[in-house]
Design a protein around this ligand. Structure first.
Ligand SMILES: Cc1cc2nc3c(=O)[nH]c(=O)nc-3n(C[C@H](O)[C@H](O)[C@H](O)COP(=O)(O)OP(=O)(O)OC[C@H]3O[C@@H](n4cnc5c(N)ncnc54)[C@H](O)[C@@H]3O)c2cc1C
Length: 301
């Protein structure tokens, strides 16, 4: 980006230059991005994207970076972050309309406080609503697809409300993964009347269970592989890889489907662990594990 472009982009929101992507991902890995912008509002987001297209500036949408593995390479483009600013929420009885940058755990606790049921599974998933819709995030046999009625999407220069059906949600899948130029702007959710105490006790119990079974105080991107016929952690465990370390990355000793950055792990450390797991599981069980984490600034091999 040249000085002129930087000046123009600054109209649309806070622009930080030369940002370590490791500061934007929960695994704390990633090279330096030329810029990160926090568009002030939806109009500023639309204009940012239009500007990038006109100026041939590469861009990529980040939610909370909790499901992204970025390479250590420099990114010569603009990361568009929807947290901080695109987080308005409006409620009408059981219906909520929320912008994509809204934090998923905050949304779950907001619903609880309003006696609204349907998001009890979401309290421990550290993403945004947009990231959750993109991934069809979920837990405990529920997912965001169960409460989404419509999604507001930017397709090219058109805004469109897409129905739940049109989003083609499946286990950890949505149509957005096949259409990476579409941007999720907001969603309408339908929740049901619930009881505060009941919702609170379910969420507390699940929080405690997560604390006991997942390495929540460490740098991770959540589950590394999608679950197949049986949970991926079982395959990894049965290959004897629990706790296995390469460089500064390791398979979590608390949960074998979590890879942990012990402080200074490089992208290569993480990829080496991923490759080792895939290779061992393939040799021992003939099973091809599929990555759940999204890649940024590198290609799956
Ligand atoms: C400790 C921990 C526990 C986790 N537990 C779970 C769990 O139980 N269940 C589960 O499903 N996941 C879990 N995850 C993974 C992750 O939190 C979810 O996938 C989450 O929904 C990702 O949201 P995000 O905002 O962080 O997305 P990001 O990681 O920022 O982005 C993920 C992908 O979504 C795209 N994206 C994000 N926002 C938009 C948008 N507005 N429009 C278009 N594309 C967009 C990005 O471009 C990227 O490709 C966990 C992660 C951690 C670190």
């Amino acid at each position: 980006m040249n000085d002129q472009q930087i000046l123009k982009l600054k109209q649309f929101g806070k622009l930080n230059l030369q940002v370590p992507i490791s500061s934007l991902t929960t695994i704390r890995v990633g090279g330096i991005a030329d810029g990160v912008i926090y568009p002030k509002n939806v109009l500023a987001l639309l204009e940012t994207i239009q500007f990038c297209k006109n100026e041939a500036i590469d861009y990529f949408i980040f939610g909370n970076g909790s499901n992204i593995l970025a390479s250590d390479d420099a990114y010569h483009g603009l990361i568009i972050k929807l947290t901080r600013t695109l987080n308005n929420i409006y409620q009408n009885d059981h219906r909520i309309v929320v912008e994509a940058g809204y934090s998923l755990p905050s949304l779950a606790y907001y619903a609880m406080k309003q006696n609204l049921s349907g998001l009890q599974w979401a309290g421990g998933i550290p993403g945004t609503l947009g990231g959750a819709i993109f991934m069809n995030a979920g837990a405990y046999h529920s997912s965001i697809s169960n409460v989404v009625s419509e999604v507001l999407v930017l397709k090219g220069s058109e805004l469109e409300w897409m129905s739940n059906k049109a989003c083609e949600f499946e286990y950890r899948k949505s149509i957005f993964q096949e259409n990476r130029d579409w941007i999720i702007i907001a969603a309408r959710l339908h929740l049901t009347q619930g009881d505060f105490k009941t919702i609170e006790s379910i969420m507390n119990e699940r929080r405690d269970r997560r604390l006991n079974t997942q390495p929540l105080s460490e740098y991770t991107f959540g589950s590394c592989f999608r679950n197949l016929d049986k949970p991926s952690w079982q395959y990894i465990d049965e290959c004897g890889l629990r706790g296995h370390r390469i460089g500064d990355a390791s398979v979590s000793s608390k949960h074998s489907n979590f890879i942990v950055n012990n402080e200074n792990a490089t992208f290569e450390d993480i990829i080496n662990i991923i490759d080792l797991i895939k290779e061992k599981v393939k040799t021992q069980f003939g099973v091809d594990l599929v990555l759940e984490v999204e890649s940024f600034n590198w290609k799956h091999h």
